[in-house]
Design a binder for this molecule. Structure first.
Ligand code: MCN
Length: 793
C-alpha cells in the first residue's frame, strides 16, 4: 500500500507473506554447523542428587563435552537472578543453571551434553546415571497449604510470599451489609503453547572477544544484560538478537533461562558455535506454567446490588522457584477490580511453593483469574437479588466523569492504581446491542421448545497496559528514501513491522512501503525493556512517533534552507517536502537526507541539481547550516507517567447438550477499547488469538499432575487445545476513548482477548444449567458430574 494516510487503517500485516510462505528465520534456522546441546533433566519432582556418573557417556562418538554444576565457574555457579524482587516476597528462591544438590520439579536441568548433533547428545544423555535420594513431593495448592512436606527446607509453610492490600475496612463493610455472597473458586494450572519453543544459538569471536547470541525471547536487551553479568563480559561485547519468534505469550519473558546462559558459556569455553532447541516435551516440563489459583471471596452489597465491601483471599501456585517474583498474584489482586467501584476492598494472597514447574506470566498474567473472581461475584449478586446481570454491573461501574479514577491501591509497577480513561456504560450498551442481550429470553424460550438448553453470559475487564519504565525508537531517512526504524523490544507475532511503519509513515508523510522496521536486535537498538504486558504499542509506538517527529522537524529545517522557505510553511506529502500552496516548490525527502549528509552530497549530482535554484556558494557543499548534526535521523524515548487502562466486555451464547453435556459456543461477542487504534485489523487479530486462548483455558487446557509430581499430559496427544473448529466466530466492536497519558492516545490490546474467557463462559454455562460454576476449565464430563450432584428441584 502506498499513500501516507495509514495510521488507523486496517492494512494487512506486511510480515505475513514472508512468514506464511516459510521464509521466517527462527533460531533453529541459524548455525547449521553448530554443536548441539541436550540436557539430562530430572525425572523426579523432588529429590536430592546423590551422585552423577558420566563415565559411560564419555566414549560416545561425536561427543564434545559434558557439564554438571561442578563445572560452572564464577557467577555461573550462583543461583539465577530473581528478576522482580518485592518486599512481600520474603522467601524468593531461584534455581541454579544446572541443579546443584537438589531438584524441585520434573524437568529441572542437571547435566548438559554438547555433541556433534542432537541425536548424539541425546544418546550420551541416556548413558549418564544420576543417583537420587527421593524427597516427598508437594503437588498442588492444597498440599502446599497443608505443608506436611516442604519444597524448600528453609521456607516455612511453603509460603514464598504473603501480601495484603486494602482500602477501607472491608470486613466491617461486609459485616454491616444487608446482603453477602461468598464464593470458593478455582482456576487450574495451564500454560501457553507457542508454535516455536525456546531456542538459543551462540557464537564467540575469540579475536574480537565478542559474543553473538540468537535467542527466541521476548526481551533481548535483558538477556544481553544477564549474559554480560553472569559471564562477566562487558555489555558492549555481547549482542543478542531475537530473530523471528514463533510466539511467546509470556513464557519467553523470563530472562535469563538456564539455557540462555549455558549455551553462550559453552560457546566461549569450546570456541565453537553451540545451539539448543527446545522440544515439545521440554516445553511442557521445563519452560513455565501459570493460572493455578484457589480463591475465597466475600462480597457485601446493598439491595440495589451495589458493592459495599469486597474481600478476597487467594492461594497462588508459584511452582518450585520464583524467578519472576510474585507479579502474577499482584496483578490478580490489583486488576480484579475491573470497571467497578468495590466499596471497601481487601485482597490477601499467599504465593506457595510446589514441586511443579515454575510460573511466569502467561498472556493475561493473573488477570483471567481476577476477572473470574469479580465477574463470578457480579453474577452471584444478580442471582441473589433477582436482577439482570447487566444491571448489577452497570450500577457498580466507575462513570466516565469520574476519570481519572484512583483506586487507592498500588499497581504492579509500584505506582498508584489510577485508571486514566474509559466509558464503561457506553461499552456495555454496545455489547448488549451486539449480542442481542435484551432479546435473549425470547430466543431461550424458542430453543427450550425444541428441547435445547442455551445460556448467555457476559464478563467485563479493565487491563493495565503500557507499563514503563521506557522504550526507545530510532528513525533515519536514507539517501535512497528508505526510512529505517528500529526499536529494542521484540516481536513474536504482534505485527510490529506493520504498526510501527504505520506510525512513522504517518508522522513523516512518506509511503508506508518505504519504511523498514527492525525489532529485538541489540546491534540496532541498545536500550529496551521488552514485549510483555501489552506495552509495545504504547511504549514503542509513541517512542518511534517522537523520534519521527524529531526527524520531521529537522527535515523541514534543512528543506527550508534549501528551498529558502520558512519551515513553518512546509509540509511533507507522499515523500515530498513542499511549500504549502506553491506547486513545484518541493524537494524529495530522500534529497533532504542527502543534504543532511555533506559527504554524501559531494557525490550526488542529482541532489546538487535538485538544489541548484538555491545557488549554493560552493557547488559541492549542501546549502544547509554548518553546525547541523549530520544525518536525517533521530532517537527518542517514551516513558509513561503511569500505566494506561484498556477495557472491554465479552458476551457468549452457549448450548449445553442435555444428554452428553457437550458445550458448544454459539456466539461470541467482544467490545473492546484500547484507545486510538493504530491498526484495527491487527487489534482484531490480537483479540481473536486471545479469545482462542480464553476458550482453551475455559473448556480444554490444564496441566494434570499426579501425586508424584509427574505431568500426565505433557504432549499434544493429551494436552487439549481448541482447534479452529472449537473457536467460535468472534464478532467485534470497538470503542475508542484515547488515553490522555501518551501522545498517540494509545492503550494496549495484546492480552485483552484472553482475560474474560473463563468468566464469560462460566457465566453462560451457569445460565444454561441453572447451577453455580466455580471451577474452570470445565469439560463435558465435569459438567455432567455437576448435574448429577445437584439436589433435585
Ligand atoms: N495495537 C494497535 N492499536 C492499539 C493497541 C495495539 O494497533 N491501540 C496493535 C499493536 O501495535 C500491536 C498489537 O496491536 O501490533 C498488540 O499491541 P500491544 O497491546 O501493545 O501488545 P504487545 O505488542 O506489547 O504484545 C504483547 C502481547 C502480550 S503481553 C502477549 S502475552 C501476546 C500478545 O501480545 N503474545 C503474543 N499477542 C501475541 N500475538 C502473537 N501472535 N504471539 C504472541 O506470542
Amino acid at each position: 500500500m502506498s499513500g501516507t494516510r495509514v495510521f488507523g487503517e486496517p492494512i494487512a500485516r506486511r510480515e505475513d507473506p514472508r512468514l506464511l510462505s516459510g521464509h521466517g528465520r527462527y533460531v533453529d534456522d541459524i548455525g547449521q554447523g553448530a554443536l548441539e546441546v541436550a540436557f539430562v533433566r530430572s525425572p523426579h519432582a523432588h529429590a536430592r542428587i546423590a551422585g552423577i556418573d558420566v563415565t559411560d557417556a564419555l566414549d560416545v562418538e561425536g561427543l564434545a563435552a559434558i557439564y554438571t554444576h561442578e563445572d560452572l565457574t564464577g557467577r555461573m555457579a550462583e543461583p539465577l537472578p530473581l528478576l522482580i524482587p518485592h518486599a512481600a516476597l520474603t522467601h524468593g528462591r531461584t534455581q541454579f543453571a544446572l541443579a546443584k544438590d537438589e531438584v524441585n520439579h520434573v524437568g529441572e536441568p542437571i547435566v548438559m551434553v554438547v555433541a556433534r548433533d542432537r541425536y548424539v547428545a541425546e544418546d550420551a544423555c541416556d548413558r549418564i546415571r544420576v543417583e537420587y535420594e527421593f524427597l516427598p513431593p508437594v503437588v498442588g495448592i492444597e498440599a502446599a497449604r497443608a505443608a506436611e512436606h516442604l519444597v524448600h527446607d528453609d521456607v516455612p509453610g511453603n509460603v514464598a510470599a504473603h501480601m495484603v492490600q486494602e482500602v477501607g475496612d472491608a470486613p466491617a463493610a461486609i459485616a454491616a451489609a444487608p446482603n453477602v455472597v461468598t464464593l470458593e473458586l478455582e482456576i487450574e494450572r495451564s500454560a501457553s503453547m507457542p508454535l516455536e519453543g525456546k531456542g538459543v544459538h551462540a557464537r564467540w569471536d575469540a579475536d574480537d572477544r565478542s559474543l553473538r547470541v540468537y535467542t527466541s525471547t521476548q526481551a533481548s536487551t535483558s538477556v544481553r544484560a544477564a549474559i554480560a553479568a553472569k559471564l562477566e563480559l562487558a555489555v558492549d561485547r555481547v549482542d543478542v538478537v531475537a530473530p523471528d519468534v514463533g510466539g511467546g505469550f509470556g513464557v519467553k519473558i523470563v530472562h535469563p533461562w538456564p539455557e540462555e546462559l549455558l549455551i553462550p558459556w559453552t560457546a566461549i569455553r569450546l570456541g565453537h558455535e553451540v545451539k539448543w532447541t527446545e522440544d515439545r516435551r521440554e516445553h511442557f516440563v521445563s519452560s513455565a506454567h501459570e493460572r493455578g489459583q484457589v480463591q475465597r471471596i466475600r462480597a457485601g452489597f446493598d439491595d440495589d446490588g451495589r458493592l459495599l465491601g469486597f474481600e478476597i483471599v487467594l492461594w497462588h501456585d508459584n511452582g518450585a522457584y520464583t524467578p519472576y517474583g510474585i507479579i502474577v498474584p499482584i496483578v490478580t489482586t490489583t486488576q480484579l477490580l475491573g470497571p467497578y467501584k468495590p466499596g471497601a476492598y481487601r485482597a490477601e494472597f499467599y504465593s506457595l511453593y510446589t514441586n511443579t514447574l515454575i510460573v511466569t506470566p502467561y498472556r493475561g498474567a493473573g488477570r483471567p483469574q481476577g476477572c473470574f473472581a469479580m465477574e463470578r461475584t457480579m453474577d452471584a449478586i444478580a442471582e441473589r437479588l433477582g436482577l439482570d446481570r447487566t444491571v448489577v454491573r452497570e450500577r457498580n461501574f466507575i462513570q466516565p466523569d469520574e476519570m481519572p479514577y484512583d483506586h487507592g491501591l498500588i499497581f504492579q509497577d509500584g505506582r498508584p492504581l489510577i485508571y486514566d480513561s474509559g466509558d464503561y456504560p457506553a461499552a456495555l450498551e454496545k455489547l448488549k446491542k451486539l449480542v442481542g442481550w435484551d432479546e435473549f429470553e425470547e430466543y431461550r424460550a424458542a430453543a427450550r421448545a425444541e428441547g435445547r438448553r442455551v445460556g448467555i453470559g457476559m464478563a467485563c475487564y479493565v487491563e493495565g497496559t503500557g507499563v514503563g519504565p521506557y522504550e526507545g525508537g530510532f528513525v533515519r531517512v536514507e539517501p535512497d528514501g528508505t526510512v529505517v526504524v528500529a526499536t529494542g523490544l521484540t516481536t513474536q507475532g504482534q505485527g510490529h513491522q506493520t504498526v510501527f511503519a504505520q506510525v512513522v509513515a504517518e508522522e513523516l508523510g512518506v509511503p508506508i512501503d518505504r519504511v523498514v522496521v527492525t525489532t529485538g536486535d541489540t546491534r540496532r537498538f541498545k536500550y529496551a525493556v521488552g514485549t510483555f504486558a501489552s506495552r509495545a504499542a504504547v511504549m514503542s509506538g509513541n517512542a518511534v512517533a517522537l523520534a519521527a517527529r524529531k526527524v520531521r522537524e529537522k527535515a523541514l529545517r534543512v528543506a527550508g534552507e534549501a528551498l529558502e522557505a520558512d519551515p513553518r510553511d512546509l509540509e511533507i506529502v507522499d515523500g515530498m517536502v513542499q511549500v504549502k500552496g506553491t506547486p513545484g516548490a518541493d524537494i524529495p525527502l530522500s534529497t533532504v537526507a542527502v543534504l543532511s549528509n555533506p559527504l554524501r552530497y559531494a557525490f550526488d549530482e542529482e541532489a546538487k541539481r535538485a538544489t541548484q535554484f538555491s545557488a549554493p556558494a560552493d557547488p559541492d557543499k549542501p546549502p544547509v547550516a554548518d553546525d547541523d548534526e549530520p544525518g536525517l535521523e533521530g532517537t527518542d524515548y517514551y516513558s509513561p507517567p503511569r500505566s494506561t487502562f484498556a477495557n472491554g466486555m465479552h458476551a457468549a451464547i452457549v448450548e449445553t447438550d442435555p444428554e452428553t453435556a457437550e458445550i458448544t459456543i454459539l456466539r461470541y461477542c467482544v467490545v473492546h477499547d484500547c484507545g486510538t487504534l493504530i491498526n484495527p485489523r491487527i487489534v482484531e487479530g490480537q483479540i481473536h488469538g486471545g479469545v482462542a486462548q480464553g476458550v482453551g483455558g475455559a473448556l480444554y487446557e490444564r496441566m494434570v499432575y499426579d501425586e508424584a509430581g509427574q505431568l500426565q499430559n505433557a504432549s499434544f496427544m493429551d494436552f487439549l487445545m481448541p482447534y479452529a473448529t472449537e473457536v467460535p466466530v468472534i464478532e467485534t466492536d470497538h470503542l475508542e476513548t484515547p488515553s490522555p497519558l501518551n501522545p498517540l492516545g494509545l492503550k494496549g490490546a495484546g492480552e485483552a482477548g484472553v482475560i474474560p474467557g473463563s468468566a464469560v463462559l462460566a457465566s453462560a454455562i451457569e445460565d444454561a444449567e441453572g447451577f453455580r460454576i466455580s471451577r474452570m476449565p470445565i469439560s463435558p464430563s465435569e459438567l455432567h458430574h455437576l448435574r448429577e450432584s445437584q439436589p433435585p428441584p
